[in-house]
Design a protein around this ligand. Structure first.
Ligand SMILES: Cc1cc2nc3c(=O)[nH]c(=O)nc-3n(C[C@H](O)[C@H](O)[C@H](O)COP(=O)(O)O)c2cc1C
Ligand SMILES: [Mn+2]
Length: 483
């Protein structure tokens, strides 16, 4: 369990997973460009400590930008993290937050009532972005009827010293809160917490119901309640250990511009002018604050990799109730979010792989999956080499392809029918077929392995292959594609 972002960064330091950049960099496109290149390498977390024009500030990006660091976010392993996330919150075993007084909240170390967003190191990430963007802010508001808080990650564009544009897609809980207030002629109080420990971010991406408190989800993930503190100018509570908090209101009687912005699909979304406008009322931050951002764009990148954990966990939990022996499930981190996924089953009956597909497509977060691959449990779903091998050797298009040419599609899928909400889905059953399923008699990969060299293998297992060969293989140990 991590106390705050600094604690997590310290753990990353201990594991050689972060690089501190003391060379001076510009927040205008230079950090974005560096992040793009480091993302392509699936490289380290980055802590920039010398931001041109912003003395005293640091900027962290790519903190959870690989599967390995994503697993570290909940102190698990890549293979186990999805099921582990689901297990910690299953059956609504949530742990509500606790409120601490302002003097015990590091996010209040500096309180700025004279607000000026241009004094914060908010990067302009891509060439054609409409302005600087807060890309990893946790947006917090309360349901005007029930008082239940909501957390989500929603991007915000700087429009002026006190003004932000915000992209709230229909159906998002913050949007529902805002609509309720707007209809009553009232503003929605909203705070953005920036620079938080990774379970807060993971919980903000949790796809739950409107009455589910994401901070209680966070508590369950951490195994300890999250400490929260009341804002200065609005009746909203925020994580007490956040690096930076921006307080304000979404105005009921104004709209604002948002975009263009380089999206997680690798394409720009256009500027729109009908989004809510946020008026900022107060800024508080820690001493020596760390601004946290994430680079959005074509995979691989942090946004596409990290969010698969909470999204996959919700599909895994829901589909497991519909279909037995679902061993693992994950959205593919290179598949631009919700579009491409792999599941593994421990086959119980003929047709089980098809059952698993329909169970996954029946879930709330799995309904947009366009390409769904089902493999046997001997395949590590995060290892593309193994998945490719399974498709190559266990799948026949004429027998094992499930095709729904027209169905629900996401507006965010760049290949979908324009603006129709119509898409399609394809399932690839790459499990070994039983004879009843028209497959060849069951063979086994194990049968290929000769045990002639067993004494040597035992020796190698005892010493590790590196010591046995007298070379340093530690860099390659346990390494797989995508890790
Ligand atoms: C980096 C990042 C940026 C995101 N930006 C937005 C956004 O601008 N607008 C939006 O509606 N959802 C955005 N999302 C998705 C929401 O955070 C996600 O759907 C969340 O679960 C919504 O919370 P809710 O269920 O409480 O509404 C983003 C996700 C990530 C990881
Ligand atoms: Mn919610």
């Amino acid at each position: 369990m991590y106390n705050d972002l600094r604690h997590f960064l310290k753990v990353l330091t201990g594991q050689g997973e972060i690089v501190q950049v003391s060379r001076q960099v510009s927040i205008v496109q230079e950090i974005g460009d560096i992040c793009r290149r480091v993302s392509d390498m699936e490289g380290p977390a980055l802590l920039f400590t010398n931001l041109a024009g912003y003395p005293g500030w640091s900027l962290c990006a790519n903190a959870v930008g690989t599967l390995r660091r994503t697993a570290l976010a909940i102190e698990s392993t890549v293979e186990a993290m999805v099921a582990e996330y689901a297990r910690r919150i299953e059956g609504g075993k949530l742990l509500p937050s606790v409120t601490v007084p302002a003097h015990a909240a590091p996010c209040k170390e500096v309180i700025l009532r004279d607000v000026d967003l241009t004094k914060l190191p908010i990067p302009t990430w891509h060439l054609k972005d409409g302005g600087p963007y807060i890309s990893f802010g946790v947006q917090i508001s309360k349901d005007p009827d029930s008082g239940v808080p909501n957390a989500s990650i929603v991007r915000q564009m700087v429009l002026g010293p006190k003004r932000l544009g915000i992209l709230l897609l229909p159906g998002k809980h913050t949007m529902i809160h805002f609509e309720k207030q707007r209809q009553r002629g009232r503003d929605l109080e909203l705070a953005a917490a920036i620079g938080v420990e990774p379970t807060v971010t993971a919980a903000a991406l949790h796809s739950g119901s409107l009455d589910e408190d994401e901070f209680a989800v966070c508590g369950a993930l951490r195994g300890q309640p999250l400490e929260m503190v009341r804002c200065e100018t609005i009746d909203v509570e925020v994580p007490a250990h956040a690096e930076l908090v921006i307080e304000g209101r979404l105005l009921h009687n104004e709209t604002a511009a948002e975009g263009p912005f380089g999206e997680f699909t690798g394409y720009y979304t256009k500027r729109t002018d009908t989004n809510p406008a946020m008026e900022v009322t107060c800024i508080t931050h820690r001493r020596n604050p760390i601004f946290q951002g994430t680079y959005e764009g074509k995979p691989p990148n942090e946004d596409n990799i990290f969010h698969i954990l909470p999204y996959s966990a919700s599909v895994y939990a829901e589909a497991s109730r519909l279909c037995p022996n679902l061993v693992s499930f994950a959205f593919d981190p290179y598949g631009s979010g919700f579009i491409y996924a792999v599941a593994a089953i421990d086959k119980l009956y003929p047709g089980h792989a098809h059952h698993a597909m329909h169970a996954v497509w029946a879930t709330q977060s799995g309904k947009y999956i366009k390409v769904l691959i089902v493999v046997d449990k001997d395949i590590n779903i995060f290892d593309h080499r193994a998945v490719t091998w399974a498709i190559a050797t266990r799948f026949q298009p004429g027998r094992d392809l499930v095709l729904d040419p027209r169905g629900i599609g996401s507006q965010l899928d760049p290949a979908a029918w324009p603006k129709s909400g119509i898409g399609g889905s394809m399932g690839i059953d790459a499990t070994q077929k039983w004879e009843q399923e028209g497959g060849p008699p069951k063979g086994s990969e194990q049968e290929l392995i000769s045990h002639a060299a067993s004494p040597f293998w035992r020796e190698i297992e005892r010493l590790g292959l590196g010591s046995y060969l007298g070379v340093d293989l530690s860099r390659w140990q346990g390494r797989r594609v995508g890790m």
